[in-house]
Design a binder for this molecule. Structure first.
Ligand code: ATR
Length: 492
C-alpha cells in the first residue's frame, strides 16, 4: 500500500487531498498533531468521507511530530479515532504495555489494527533493537512499524540483511528508511517486506529521501509492482536527479516486463555489491563517481571497459556481475547516422570522465582528434592514454586555429543547468560546416548548440546519447529490445 501522509491544518484541506490522491494511493495517514486543536475532533469524521483505509497518528516532537498538548488529551483523541472507523491507530512502541494492549482490543472490536511504532534517528547498524521491538509488538497483536535512519551504503546493507530475515516470517510489518540513502526501501518496500510505504503530496516534500505520491505513480508505477518484480537500478552520488528511472520503467511498462528500476544513492561500492546480491538485482547503471571504481568489484568486464577505463553498465549472468560501457555505443550511434564517410579531424572539448568514452569513439572514426581543455595536463594524459598518434592537445583559446573540424564534441559540464548561459569555447567562430554534438542533456539545447545552429551547423543534443546508452542497457538487463515508443516518452 502507498500511504499518503496528510499534514494539513484543517479538515477541509485534508478532505481535499484525500479526494485528489484517491486514484494513486491505497491508504492515508492523518497526522492529528498537524491539525489545529479546534479541528481535531472534527477530523474524526474523515473515515466516513473516504473509502481509503486511514491511519490516525498524533506524533510527539521526539519522534518528528508537532503535538504540543497534553498526553492524556492525545491518548483520548486516538481512542476516539479507533472508535470512529480509522483502520489503524499509531502509538509509540515504548508506551506502557497495558495501554498498547487496550488499544489492540479496542481496535479489534471495530475491525482496526494498532501500529506500534519505533523511531531511531541514529544510523542503522544493529538489527538487535529492531528485532526485539518487532517481536514485542507482534506479541501484543500490533503491527510493528520501525522508522530507522539509513545514512550510507553500509547502513543500507545492515538494514537489507535485517529486513530480509524478517521477511521470512509471515506477519505484517511496516519498515521506513529515513534519509536519502533509504530511498530504495521507500520505493521497493515490498521487496524489503514492508506492507506499506509513506509518501507525501509533491509540494509537501520536506525531508531528504521523502517521496511524492506523484513519483510513486510515475516513474515507478508501484501499483504494478510486487515483491517478485525483478529489481534494477542506478548507483551514483548524487543520483536522485537522474532521468534513468523514467527511461527504464516506462519501457518495462510498455512491453509488460515485470521489473522495477530505482536509484541507489551509494557511498560504498563494496556494500552496494552485497546489497545487489541479497536483492538479486538483475543489473544496474553506474554514474559519477563510480564508473572507474566499480570495475574492480565485478566478475568480468569487456574490451570497451578496458579500453575506456570506465564502466556505466553492470548486468547479471547467473550469479556473476559483468561490466560493459554503453556510453560508447550510445554516443556513437547518432553521430554515425549523420556523418557519412569516416576520416578528417574532430575537436573534443573536455578531458573528464565523460570524455573518455567519447575519445575512444572518436578515435574509431577520425584521422585526428584535437582535445581542448582548461587544464592542459589533464588533456595531455587523456590524449596519450586513449588517442595515441591521433591525439593533439590545445587550450580552449587555441582550438579555432587548429581546425577546420568535421565534428565538434562538447563533453564538459559548462552550459549545464542551472548555468545555461555559459559557453565552453566562447572565442570559437563556427564555419557552419561542423557537426556539433553536446553531451549535456539538461538543457536539451545548450547555449553552445544554439550558437552552432545559428551559424548554420547541424547539431546533436545529449538526450540522444542518454537514450542510446539506456536502450543498450535495457537490452542487456532484460534480453529484450527497447520499445520504439515507450509510454510517457515525452517526459524524459
Ligand atoms: P565528468 O565525469 O562529468 O566528465 P569531470 O571528470 O569532473 O566530470 O570533468 C569535467 C570536465 O569539464 C573537465 O574537462 C573540466 O576541465 P578541467 O579538466 O580543467 O577541470 C571541465 N570543466 C568543468 N568546469 C569547467 C569550467 N568552468 N570551465 C572549463 N572547463 C570546465
Amino acid at each position: 500500500m502507498r500511504a499518503l501522509v496528510i499534514t494539513e491544518k484543517s479538515v477541509k484541506a485534508a478532505k481535499a487531498l484525500l479526494a485528489t490522491y484517491r486514484s494513486i494511493v491505497e491508504c492515508a495517514e492523518i497526522r492529528f498533531d498537524h491539525l489545529v486543536p479546534e479541528e481535531r475532533e472534527k477530523a474524526l469524521i474523515l473515515p466516513s468521507c473516504s473509502d481509503l483505509p486511514l491511519i490516525a497518528t498524533a506524533r510527539l516532537p521526539k519522534d518528528g511530530g508537532v503535538w504540543k498538548e497534553g498526553e492524556e488529551e492525545r491518548i483520548d483523541l486516538l481512542r476516539k479515532a479507533a472508535e470512529s472507523g480509522f483502520a489503524f491507530v499509531d502509538l509509540e512502541a515504548d508506551q506502557p504495555r497495558s495501554l498498547l494492549r487496550s488499544f489492540v482490543e479496542l481496535l479489534s472490536g471495530y475491525g482496526g489494527r494498532l501500529i506500534a511504532s519505533f523511531h531511531d534517528f541514529t544510523s542503522f547498524t544493529d538489527e538487535r533493537t529492531l528485532f526485539s521491538m518487532v517481536e514485542e509488538a507482534e506479541g501484543l497483536g500490533a503491527i510493528p512499524k520501525a522508522a530507522v535512519m539509513i545514512d550510507g551504503s553500509v547502513s543500507l546493507l545492515a538494514f537489507t540483511r535485517a529486513a530480509l530475515k524478517l521477511k521470512e516470517r509471515p506477519a505484517e510489518r511496516i519498515l521506513v528508511a529515513m534519509g536519502s540513502f533509504g530511498v530504495p526501501v521507500r520505493i521497493a518496500y515490498r521487496h524489503f517486506g514492508s506492507m506499506l510505504t509513506f509518501c507525501a503530496p509533491a509540494e509537501k516534500i520536506a525531508a531528504p529521501g521523502q517521496l511524492s505520491a506523484e513519483a510513486l505513480a510515475f516513474p515507478y508505477a508501484l501499483s504494478r509492482i510486487s515483491d517478485k518484480s525483478r529489481l534494477f537500478g542506478i548507483i551514483g552520488n548524487p543520483v536522485l536527479h537522474t532521468r534513468s528511472p523514467e527511461i527504464h520503467n516506462s519501457a518495462f511498462r510498455s512491453i509488460g516486463f515485470d521489473g522495477l528500476y530505482l536509484p541507489f544513492p551509494t557511498d560504498d561500492t563494496v556494500a552496494f555489491m552485497e546489497i545487489a546480491r541479497l536483492l538479486e538485482i538483475g543489473g544496474f547503471s553506474v554514474t559519477v563517481p563510480f564508473k572507474e571504481e566499480i570495475i574492480g568489484r565485478l566478475h568480468e568486464v569487456d574490451e570497451n571497459v578496458r579500453a575506456i577505463g570506465s564502466c556505466n553498465t553492470v548486468f547479471r549472468r547467473g550469479h556473476e556481475f559483468h561490466g560493459t560501457n554503453t556510453d560508447y555505443d550510445g554516443f556513437l550511434a547518432p553521430l554515425k547516422i549523420r556523418l557519412g564517410k569516416r576520416g578528417g579531424r574532430a575537436l573534443m572539448i573536455g578531458s573528464g570522465g565523460a570524455a573518455r568514452s567519447v575519445a575512444v569513439a572518436l578515435r574509431s572514426l577520425f584521422d585526428s582528434v584535437v582535445v581542448a581543455n582548461r587544464t592542459h595536463s589533464r588533456a595531455q594524459r587523456l590524449s596519450e592514454a586513449l588517442l595515441g598518434e591521433k591525439g593533439h592537445v590545445c587550450s580552449p583559446e587555441e582550438a579555432g586555429s587548429l581546425g577546420p573540424y568535421r565534428v565538434i564534441v562538447q563533453t564538459t559540464s559548462v552550459g549545464m543547468s542551472p548555468h545555461i548561459d555559459d559557453d565552453p569555447l566562447p572565442s570559437y567562430c563556427f564555419t557552419g560546416d561542423e557537426l556539433v554534438y553536446d553531451i549535456i542533456y539538461i538543457p536539451e539545447k545548450t547555449h553552445f548548440l544554439q550558437r552552432a545552429e545559428a551559424s548554420g551547423c547541424d547539431i546533436i543534443g545529449g538526450k540522444e546519447m542518454l537514450l542510446g546508452q539506456a536502450e543498450r542497457q535495457f537490452e542487456l538487463f532484460t534480453g529484450l529490445r527497447y520499445p520504439k515508443d515507450p509510454e510517457h516518452r515525452e517526459n524524459f
